[in-house]
Design a protein around this ligand. Sequence first.
Ligand code: URA
Length: 277
Amino acid sequence: MDNLQRQYLEAMGIQMWESRDGSAPTSPPEVVAEPAISEPVVRVAPVQAGKTEPLHLDTSSETQPKSAPGQAPELVPEQRLAQEDDVALLDWNALQSRVSTCALCDELVANRSQTVFGVGDPAADWMVIGEAPGTEEDQQGEPFVGPAGQLLNNMLLAMGLKREQTFLANILKCRLPDKRDPKQQEAANCRTFLERQIALVKPKIILLLGKVAAQNILSSDQTIGHMRGEVYYYGDEKIPIIVTYHPAYLLRAPKEKRKAWDDLKLAMSVYSRQAGA
Ligand code: URA
């Protein structure tokens, strides 16, 4: 492990202990010892991502069961299909422009200062997907700029990635009122945009942060605890997907950082194989 990586792991909240005689650093119990990439047990769970509706959405905690479905007015199927067909043809600039003027969800439109499209390298190997912009993100127009974003930056740096080398996006492009969960229809309305972003970025790997992102993309109602530790695949291109805890949750439950680092090591390992394939 080099010094820089050690610093970022420490910044992520994973401390390394130096022995008094100056021998190799070890980790205290409950923290990750080795950032070296070990061979993962890859359990493949193919998903038809991009084709199915999300099952439910709930962000009350990373481990709680699901909430009731949302109540936003539904697009009738013809409207939804027209929107999908149309968005699937947009280039990057046109997509950005379309997102910025989206008015599909009345409550979110009324609540937002601006949409938050995403940030980073539009040709990134790594795509990182969170839930929805918070207050600071809504004001700045950029995802993950608050405290959770700071932790995410350190998580990425611990993997040897600068934030700007990745593309960061969210399931929703609009801030949610009162920190409530996204409604099912809101996520469905925004999904076309995210699918187009993925199609244009063509990432080599997708990292899903938290339950909302994981449940939506994987069309699952499982908890993060059940979903993490496996490799899933997105769409016909079979882009590998790794699920981990949301950094906002890790700020509330720092003990889970150990597992999050395991997830990131799995992601690095899968990415190395993918990039070398
Ligand atoms: N949480 C998210 O899921 N996304 C953001 O952009 C900020 C906080």
